[in-house]
Design a protein around this ligand. Structure first.
Ligand code: C5P
Length: 295
């Protein structure tokens, strides 16, 4: 009988897409992407508690996310199946990242569960093995195993770590509309495809370590125009953020969450407070380096 494991907490951070180029459609129906993804301080929290042998129980403080199909529960079952591990876990998830927002919350929770249980159950899987399992859970789950600043390619599952970005304050805003990812990709026409230039240019700047003060020209999202067209609430939130003084407003992933990068806390606070006054649901947060991705 192994000794009982000490309860543990792990943070699952959200991400932003600083760039998102769609290169074209693949034979398997997915779209080929090139993107610079960035971990941010906004996070969910997972708690692991001892449970009887083999038993996985999962609960979430947002009841509709609490089912067996949540990526956290699926990650736990997959780890047991792949490694033959007979240990159990009672897992609680405290949500703070808005769900289905383009911030990768569900994917990050799944990745955090893989990493935390690998450690907790002492399974000894290496990063490459965890990334492979993460890719089975969803296209952008592998990024969260790596975290920080990274180049994303393939359908989203090919991750290359980049040097940490210059720290940025962020105002993140959630329009009150639900935007399902498959529909966003389905509505995309070849006119929105690109050769990946926005991502290539930002990656070159990050690698050269000569990043200038980032401005509007550095951030890009090929899905943004279509989402703004099909979901007017997103365009309205963008307009309100601009009214609140935002110099740059960009959408993350397939939306609808928008973000405003800011060089100083004073600027971020001004935009955050003005946007709140205008009735926009928003958070003041910041980028984080890879080293603190689960802290
Ligand atoms: O892999 P994931 O479950 O996150 O993808 C959700 C949906 O988004 C896919 O079923 C597909 O319709 C679309 N998608 C895509 N190309 C990608 C990633 C996602 O078309 N690279």
């Amino acid at each position: 009988m192994p000794a009982p494991l000490p309860p543990t907490f792990i943070h699952a951070h959200a991400k932003l897409n600083l760039t998102l180029d769609v290169l074209g459609k693949r034979a398997d129906g997915y779209h080929a992407l090139a993107s610079v993804m960035q971990s941010i301080a906004l996070h969910d929290t997972l708690a692991l508690w001892p449970a009887p042998e083999g038993e996985i129980t999962f609960t979430c403080d947002v009841p509709e996310l609490g089912g067996a199909e949540n990526l956290v529960a699926r990650a736990a079952r997959r780890l047991q199946a792949v490694t033959g591990c007979a240990r159990g876990a009672r897992i609680e998830l405290h949500k703070q990242i808005p769900a289905q927002g383009g911030l990768g919350g569900g994917s990050s929770d799944g990745a955090a569960a893989l990493v935390a249980l690998n450690r907790w159950w002492d399974l000894g899987l290496n990063q490459a093995q965890l990334i492979e399992m993460a890719a089975e859970l969803g296209s952008d789950v592998p990024f969260f195993i790596v975290g920080g600043t990274a180049l994303i390619e393939g359908r989203g599952e090919v991750v290359t770590s980049l040097p940490n970005l210059v720290p940025l304050w962020l105002v993140v805003a959630k329009p009150e509309v639900s935007v399902p990812t498959p529909g966003v990709f389905r509505a995309l026409t070849p006119a929105a495809w690109s050769d990946g230039r926005a991502t290539r240019d930002l990656v070159a700047l990050i690698r050269a370590g000569t990043l200038p003060a980032l401005n509007d020209a550095h951030f890009f999202n090929a899905l943004e125009a279509g989402v703004m067209r099909d979901y007017p609430a997103v365009a309205t939130t963008r307009d309100l953020l601009q009214q609140a003084g935002a110099a740059c407003v960009r959408m993350s992933g397939s939306g609808p969450t928008l973000y405003v990068p800011c060089a100083t806390l004073a600027e971020a606070t001004r935009v955050f407070q003005a946007a709140q006054t205008l009735g926009v649901q928003c958070w003041l947060t910041h980028t984080i380096p890879s080293e603190t991705k689960f802290e």
